[in-house]
Ligand binder design. Sequence first.
Ligand code: SF4
Length: 249
Amino acid sequence: MKDEYLNVIKFPLLVSLSLAVIAAAFFGLVFGSYFKLGLSANETVIYSVLFSILTILVSSWVLNLISTHSKIRPRWMEIYSKWMLVHVYYNLASFLNFISFQKKQQLQESYLNFNNEIVLSAAKNIHHTNILLLLPHCLQNSKCKIRVTSDINDCASCGKCDIAELKALAKKLNVRAAVATGGSLARKIIKDTSPDVIVAVACHRDLIDGVRDAWRLPVFGVLNERPNGPCFETTVNLHTIEFAIRKFQ
Ligand code: SF4
């Protein structure tokens, strides 16, 4: 139960904690200098610049927190907020996670949950018609001779892996489904299909890389399950995928 809770709050908690530490260090430095000798002209300039940076960091983080339950407008502010999330706050949280010897996977799950909340709140009350379900190749049964990376509809639906049910689900919900063998093919599929929303399935590392790489696009991430070890005959929770797709329709 504690782990499930941390899987959700760890990322926002670490970012908030890092900002609190940075703010405490900053004010400690300023007041230390001020009460010792007073602030020189140079120090005043330096501290003013640092204070502006701190203000930007804190206000942009508040904007990110708001975006998990309300759509941010105008569009440029939404892009700015997302840019900060991907390029600043994720790195800040990763650094704090690293120096405190915490599990990386838990932070990644929490980040994906946070990102999914933002994607869902931005898509509220919008009917998307071009949804892409992007799947990893490792979902396929290793003995299957069919190349589903060319076209998932080539799957013969024998039922030996989740591809059959995913193909049926994509058909039922009228969404495009594609299987990618790696980041390059995934990028090509996204470029060719120009989706409004992507529901992506992958392992922790690939999903984090994909979500951050395609940060301008709304990507809802679903982690696969690895009962046979990494990258081999993985599975995925079909209910989660159906839930996500229906949220965007
Ligand atoms: S369900 Fe489709 S992809 Fe999976 S093993 Fe059978 S034919 Fe191959």
